[in-house]
Ligand binder design. Structure first.
Ligand code: PBG
Length: 329
């Protein structure tokens, strides 16, 4: 129908009609809070490249987590800050049942058993070279050798009580190997969130600084396993294969520059689609906010709502703590 019989602005004329006609919504049920944990007690350290985000010992984390959980935050994703003495070429610390991640899971579960804990399955915090896998003499990341290590890491997380393990390493075939191992050990309800379409992105820079793997990685890249930012069809293949291998949910990462990939994933697959508003996205937004160039709450809420519009079911965001409080004050 033509103007003036159709005037799209009628649906925007009042707050009430705007609310009634809104297609997508952001709620606390959409949020997953990634957190950086470190050893010790009563410790909290600011991360320079992520102003407003701290590395925390588990007691400090729990003090923050309890009120957020009461306000409805469902899930956290744990990323460890591993001391240099625990890093090695073979990353054995990754499957130490008494390691930092494993202890953190047990402590959180003993206080807040209902909160969903997602763990990162990847070797980069534990390798002396900062890669997500085991390397050969040429520095090439060995796929099948790495899978064996990832399986042990995932089993160790499941044993400690992780609800979901999230392989973020991009090795071929790791989802099937981990699913089989979990089934064999009777961890039937331990889920897998597969980082299926994880791109080799410069936007992970601040994260590597946060977990202390940036120096280890040096000038090397992750492009021989993470995806080329130019590609779409490859993401469809990756996601399809991970679902066939037993992934319960899949991840697109980074988020905002990759909303088209999220939409493609949502249009093609039926499992929940997660997306990660990564450290570099946080750093960009937060720098503009701290400079007074963007309104904090409006900028963050709009960015996250756009993830929903693109088709994201659950969003990893470092703003989950702030947003939970804004949504449920
Ligand atoms: C490592 C991992 C990375 C992130 C999550 N898991 C970094 C990388 O692949 O180098 C990035 C998250 C972020 O940037 O916020 N397996």
């Amino acid at each position: 129908m033509q103007y003036p019989l159709t005037r799209k602005r009628r649906l925007r004329a009042s707050k009430a009609i705007r609310n009634l006609s809104q297609e997508n919504h952001l709620t606390v049920n959409d949020l997953i809070w990634p957190i950086f944990v470190m050893d010790g007690f009563n410790r909290s350290e600011p991360i320079k490249s992520m102003p407003g985000v701290d590395r925390m010992s588990v007691d400090v984390l729990l003090d923050k987590l309890k009120p957020l959980y009461e306000k409805g935050l469902n899930a956290i994703a744990i990323f460890p800050v591993v001391d240099a003495e625990f890093k090695s070429d073979d990353a054995v610390e990754a499957w130490n049942d008494e390691g930092l991640v494993q202890k953190t899971i047990k402590t959180i579960k003993s206080t807040l058993p209902g909160i969903m804990i997602i763990t990162d399955v990847a070797l980069d915090p534990y390798t002396s070279h900062g890669q997500d896998g085991i390397i050969n003499e040429q520095g090439y990341i060995l796929n099948d050798v790495t899978i064996k290590a990832l399986v042990m890491q995932a089993l160790s997380h499941a044993k400690a009580g992780a609800d979901f393990v999230a392989p973020s390493d991009m090795m071929d075939g790791r989802i099937g190997a981990i699913r089989n191992a979990l089934e064999n050990k009777k961890h039937h309800n331990t889920g897998i969130l597969a980082y299926s379409a994880k791109y080799a992105s410069v936007f992970y820079g601040p994260f590597r600084d946060a977990v202390g793997s940036a120096n280890n990685l040096g000038k090397s890249s992750k492009s021989s396993y993470q995806m080329n930012p130019a590609n779409t069809f490859e993401a469809i293949d990756e996601i399809g294969m991970d679902i066939d291998e037993g992934a319960d949910m899949v991840m697109i990462k980074p988020g905002m520059p990759y909303l088209d990939i999220i939409k493609t994933a949502k249009d093609n697959f039926n499992v929940p689609i997660c997306a990660y508003q990564v450290s570099g996205e946080y750093a960009m937004l937060q720098s503009a906010i701290d400079n007074g160039f963007l309104d904090e709450q409006k900028a963050i809420m709009e960015a996250l709502l756009c993830f929903k519009r693109a088709g994201t079911d659950a969003i990893f965001t470092y703003y989950a703590d702030r947003v939970t409080q804004w949504l449920n004050p």
